[in-house]
Design a protein around this ligand. Sequence first.
Ligand code: XMP
Length: 517
Amino acid sequence: MKTIDSDFYKNSDDFFAANAGVGLTYDDVSLATCFSDVLPRMTSLATSISDKINLSIPIMSADMDTVTESSMAIAMALHGGIGMIHYNMSFADQITEVCKVKTYIHGMNRHPATITADLTIGDVIEIIDRNGYGFSSFPVIDKEGRLLGLVRGGVVKNRHADRKVADVMIPRDQVLTINEKELGNDPIATADRIFLDHIGTNKLLVVDDNNYLKGLFCLSDVEHIRDEITTDAIRPSRDESFRLRCGASVAVPRYPDGKVNYDALNEHVSNLVAAGVDAVIISTAHGHSAGVGECVRFVRQHFKELTIIAGNVTSAEGVEFLADAGADSVKIGQGPGSICSTRIVAGVGIPQLTALYVSAQAGKAKGVRIIADGGITKSGDIVKALTQADCVMLGGMLAGCKEAPGKIMEINGKLYKEYRGMGSMEAMRHGSAARYGHDLRNSKVTKVAPEGVEALKEVSGSVDQVLTTLAGGVQSGLGYLGAADLPALRKNARFIRVTSAGQRESAPHDIVEIKQK
Ligand code: XMP
């Protein structure tokens, strides 16, 4: 129905049709309010990035070497999002990072760290230091893996350094154990019940009929998970075995002549899958290209159940190409990122909101999810992105968090962390050259044009603080649009273009700001 409003505020299709041929990004538009009976705190931000992976917030951390390793991926999953572990490290190290996420708080740790009875407490302290363990209780096993006892953290002290584990451990018959056959359908509930019956004990060891150690429950993990189950808090992203979810980035491995090395690809993905990875992300600067298509097709053919995210593209044809190859989600963005220089260096790329609209049309037709990757600097950008996309990927907004890799440095009294493009010269030297179609092993470095910069981000606290602020902002956006969830946001979104004066009006202005948050 034609109304006064409808002449001015256009729904997505009408708005982008009226702006065909114009490249628009987040700051070029604003969303019009709608009648609302929805309070922001009542809104749901739930989404999915494949038929198997649901998230309670639509945010993933970028597969960049200054953004996502296991600490970031753990924090993202605990807050209902997901982290994508980068590939600028050896395969073995990447697998270790995935394992750290998959063995973090979960129902049962199937591979608990163990010690043998012949060690001294000094040896145990050294093992803890070497591996960076944040705990000091260990099941004690014999050489075959049979349970002999348990060393409690209380005795792992320097003053006991010379004492033998065998002499200070709690012997097998006094350790709280359960046979794996007795765990039942709801192992967490079973473990919780046993802990309630044994107040003061915080480890429950799982054994088989032959006393082989099969796992370990920690009271704190069980309580944590029980709390999640019984409250309405944002649900952590977990797999069917209560393990946190995470993804990992996979390069397109090539022989020197440029052909895809399928053996290397198969080995890499097989190892990630064995480590429990939930999604692989085939992340390149140009996803609408032969090699990426071949890779996606190969992985889909050989790993039928695995979630595949592929990109990056900025056209409907690019989305169709990757969807036909077998991707579940397609990542959109060429050049919008805060550390990107692709548009300057190559003269290529589409302003992000237009790219998202065009791609989302193809995404809907093909039944694949759309991920808005790069260029997000505030929660309002996420609201605008989610009018087209199922999820956003953040680099710069998370790079200043304590969970991001890298050390904090102080410059003129302010704290910073390094943040660099995966197409920057330094990152490419560490492995990401393939993402940009270069091979630094065989090219003279001077012939390769970097497509990213090396930069610093001011330290921004923890992932918890950043995500809470962002999710709150997105919920406000939904409240203004009368949208109880993301599908309603998509339906209710009406856009208007903003002039440069309008942009100036949109941010705090004509004041002396004394506090930014
Ligand atoms: P934000 O804006 O969140 O962007 O910092 C993160 C995204 O930027 C992409 N990326 C790059 N793009 N050159 C580019 O053109 C680069 O060196 C580069 N490194 C990362 C990537 O998609 C990431 O998620």
